[in-house]
Design a protein around this ligand. Structure first.
Ligand code: FE2
Ligand code: FE2
Length: 293
């Protein structure tokens, strides 16, 4: 029985932990002043870690269709699962157990505090610091039983042609939208320069947290939250044709945020107890006393 169920679990959730996706993004976009990893190193398909990431993308690209996103929105945007203060939600997120490598992996709360602290260290406005601190809170979706490929991974527009600038584009051949004439042209259901507010993105922790915070944070912060995993645009400019001038201006902030997300990981864990009062203050300045998940 055990073998059977773990086989199924592995099929649904191939990554050892959701961090494995981010570690892979880091290999794709290494820190500019760090010696770049040789392309062969990144594309080493013999590496078992690569296989799990590849399998993860296969599932993500196959199942993230327009209808799938609509279904998830209908369900999760009712916010009828839990209600709690933001700090508690972060602690709840931290119950996501990481079974990959407990010695070197930081937990969720530590990654978020390090992101916030790196932003604070550079003297950015307090809402930017808060954004760094909460940006992955949407990963609580994992705790509601959602598969990894519906929580993390690069995000991309649905309802129009999938760009070949998205990692492993060949896996989109198995997505039903690739054969649907309404969705498989360059613009699909959209029009030139229609603006991203009119574009539906694949479903995951980014869109979910955007929907939770959209009434409370400055627009720059909301762009960072909503599009932080949209690598095919903020790194590759693949969806320029759907953006308007306002998006372009706002994406300067998404680009400003990205290095803090990717490159702030530090093996020294932050002191949660010392930092808590500062972040509790920030939370109460911008966000309601409780959030509905
Ligand atoms: Fe994220
Ligand atoms: Fe992150």
């Amino acid at each position: 029985m055990k073998t059977n169920s773990s086989f199924t679990e592995k099929q649904i959730n191939p990554l050892q932990s959701i961090e494995q996706w981010e570690d892979d993004v880091l290999k794709r976009y290494p820190e500019p002043n760090e010696p770049a990893k040789a392309p062969e190193e990144y594309r080493n398909y013999q590496d078992p870690a690569r296989d799990t990431v590849k399998e993860f993308y296969r599932l993500n690209h196959q199942y993230q269709s327009y209808d799938f996103v609509m279904e998830k929105k209908k369900d999760f945007l009712q916010f009828n699962r839990k209600e709690m203060p933001v700090w508690k939600a972060m602690e709840f997120l931290n119950t996501l157990v990481d079974d990959s490598d407990p010695d070197i992996e930081l937990d969720q709360l530590q990654h978020l505090l390090q992101t916030g602290e790196a932003i604070r260290h550079d003297g950015h406005p307090d809402w930017f610091v808060l954004t760094g601190f909460i940006h992955d809170m949407g990963k609580v979706l994992c705790l509601f039983g959602e598969p990894q490929w519906a929580v993390v991974g690069d995000t991309f527009p649905v309802g129009c042609q999938f760009s070949d600038k998205i990692v492993y584009p060949e896996f989109f051949n198995s997505n039903p939208d690739a054969k649907n004439e309404t969705y498989n042209s360059k613009y699909g259901i959209y029009s030139h320069g229609c603006g991203l507010r009119n574009v539906t993105m694949s479903w995951g922790h980014d869109e979910y947290l955007y929907q939770i915070t959209k009434d409370y944070l400055p627009e720059q912060a909301l762009y960072m939250i909503r599009y932080h995993s949209f690598y095919s645009q903020h790194r590759e400019n693949a969806y320029e044709h759907l953006m308007d001038n306002h998006d372009r201006k706002m994406f300067e902030w998404v680009k400003k945020f990205n290095p803090y997300d990717l490159y702030s990981k530090n093996p020294v864990p932050p002191n949660v107890r010392e930092l808590k009062p500062y972040y509790e203050d920030l939370i109460s300045k911008y966000l309601p006393a409780t959030v509905k998940l």
